[in-house]
Design a protein around this ligand. Structure first.
Ligand code: PLP
Ligand code: COI
Length: 341
């Protein structure tokens, strides 16, 4: 199969339509068989549930070319599980896990020419999503839904690739106690747009949100979870019911313990203690693990000893090991790699 003529190394994290996307519709209480379509446009009612009351959820995962030329995906079963949790919270029908994985496989195969080559620094990002597609005017769930998977080749999520980031402690909240912070719903991102634009305007790469109940504990950023490394090389990550349960974070915690032999802990992390830590990283499908060199808390700068020029040593080992597993250079734990072709 001939690859598309794309300058893979120059790609940022942007959208480019590819040849095929998967579409399935829920109507009269069931999903149809689903099709691959060449049409990138969606046509829905002007009064669709998604347009009026933001009834939409999504996922993000990637396809990779391995060193020996296979195309694989990373833990799509966990995306299916999380989509199920998101759907249930927003009163939407569940797209069955086996069909989700099959649809991922179909989309990747159909767009194989867009899967960036091994070593290019780029990957194929898949965006499964679902929305209420028929008209609602009173506040209630839609009765018809569309599930789609689009894909687009992407480079690094943060400009500058692996250069350490500067993030600020946010004054706004992304989640409420007992709210929807733990699901992947568009509404959690709509409310973050003002804040991310403001952060960029003020010279910061991202916002760190604090726990919405007490505003004393670290939660996550607008698009990634957070890991810290202590001065004695322990990997810590915040425990909270209002952060998105990141698949990358779960994988990195496993890698830290089982591959790197490090102590790991998920616990509440006070804002007041982070100045003592050695390294900080933002982790997610898009972010992989991006080093954070500096956190600014209302003018007070917390500078991690790893500095602003390169990744800290533990962050680098985590990055190399995780991407090594994803790209087939290192053996993967059972069930982590879905071989597509
Ligand atoms: N937190 C938020 C708010 C996100 O948008 C993402 C991205 O998916 C993550 C965390 C990381 O989750 P995952 O590692 O499953 O991609
Ligand atoms: C992902 O990492 O898949 C996400 O959805 C994050 C998003 C902010 C791009």
């Amino acid at each position: 199969m001939e690859k598309k003529n794309i300058n893979w190394g120059e790609l940022g994290f942007g959208y480019m339509p590819t040849d095929y996307r998967f579409i399935s519709n829920w109507k009269d209480g069931k999903w149809d068989d689903g099709v691959l379509s060449t049409d990138p446009n969606v046509v829905i009612s002007e009064c669709a549930g998604v347009l009026q009351y933001a009834q939409t959820v999504f996922e993000g995962l990637k396809a990779y070319t391995t060193e020996d030329g296979r195309i694989v995906c990373f833990r799509p079963d966990l995306n299916a599980d999380r989509l199920e949790a998101s759907c249930k919270r927003l009163q939407m029908p569940v797209f069955p896990k086996d069909r989700f994985i099959e649809a991922v496989r179909e989309v990747v195969k159909a767009n194989a020419a867009y899967v960036p080559p091994f070593g290019s620094g780029a990957t194929l990002y898949l965006r499964p999503y679902m929305f209420g597609s028929d008209a609602v005017i009173g506040v209630k769930p839609a009765t018809e839904y569309q599930f789609r998977i689009l894909c687009t080749p992407v480079g690094p999520y943060f400009k500058g690739g692996v250069k350490p980031l500067t993030v600020r402690i946010s004054d706004l909240d992304r989640a409420a106690p007992k709210g929807t912070g733990n699901i992947k719903a568009g509404l959690n991102y709509a409310m973050s747009l003002y804040n991310i634009v403001d952060a960029h305007n003020c010279g910061f790469d991202e916002n760190i949100y604090l726990d919405p109940g007490t505003r004393t504990k670290i939660e996550e950023t607008g698009g990634a979870n957070i890991l810290f490394v202590t001065k004695d090389n322990k990997v810590l990550t915040p425990k909270s019911d209002s952060i998105l349960p990141s698949i990358t974070r779960r994988s990195l915690m496993y890698v830290a313990k089982e591959y790197l032999g490090l102590e790991v802990e998920e616990r509440e992390i006070e804002l007041a203690e982070i100045a003592d830590f050695a390294e900080c990283g933002l982790c997610g499908t898009a972010a992989v693990i991006s080093p954070d060199g500096k956190i600014v808390d209302h003018g007070k700068e917390i500078c991690f000893p790893a500095g602003m020029t390169e990744m800290g040593p533990v962050t680098k080992k985590l990055y190399d090991t995780l991407t090594g597993i994803q790209m087939g250079k290192l053996p993967a734990p059972e069930g982590w790699i879905e071989e597509i072709m």
